[in-house]
Design a protein around this ligand. Structure first.
Ligand SMILES: [Zn+2]
Length: 162
């Protein structure tokens, strides 16, 4: 049975967006990254190089201009955009730009739902687009966190365009 989101959050837990940590800077752009669990990295790095991931947790570079996605400073390993299966929504030229990775709903679909269907809340978006069904954010979202926050940001973008 596909699990349909009943609350605001598709993970069933109130998860705060993680904060950047200052002692874990991207080896290329030197900006702070956010911790991402091993299971997420393993699932999203392309299959032919997935065995390189190992058992470590990684950081993700949040700089939209930087090609680095995941990195681990202890091992020196890093994975760039081309080595990851999905476009990273906050990186430059991400195409398509997913708001919900689990249900493959794009930011544009969310914006359209706001502009054309009068959606105002995450709940409206779920009803109109089918976002957040079959939620498995830990494996599908590049941050391994719930896509609720990205959808909320896309709604606000849509509202500001109206
Ligand atoms: Zn970087």
């Amino acid at each position: 049975m596909p699990q349909v989101c009943k609350t605001d959050c598709c993970c069933g837990e109130k998860e705060q967006f993680k904060k950047a940590e200052y002692d874990n800077k991207c080896p290329v752009c030197n900006l702070s990254g956010i911790k991402v669990r091993n299971i997420t990295v393993k699932h999203l790095v392309k299959d032919d190089i997935a065995e390189l991931v190992g058992d470590m947790d990684y950081y993700i570079c949040m700089n939209e201009e930087c090609d680095v996605v995941y990195y681990n400073l202890q091992s020196g390993l890093k994975f760039i955009k081309e080595q990851v299966k999905v476009p990273i929504w906050f990186k430059k030229d991400a195409e398509p730009k997913y708001a919900c990775y689990c249900s493959k709903v794009t930011e544009q679909q969310v914006i359209d739902a706001v502009i054309n269907n009068g959606a105002r809340t995450v709940k409206d978006i779920i009803e109109i687009t089918g976002a957040m069904r079959n939620s498995d954010c830990i494996k599908n979202n590049p941050l391994g966190t719930c896509c609720h926050k990205i959808i909320q940001e896309a709604i606000e973008k849509g509202l500001s365009m109206k």
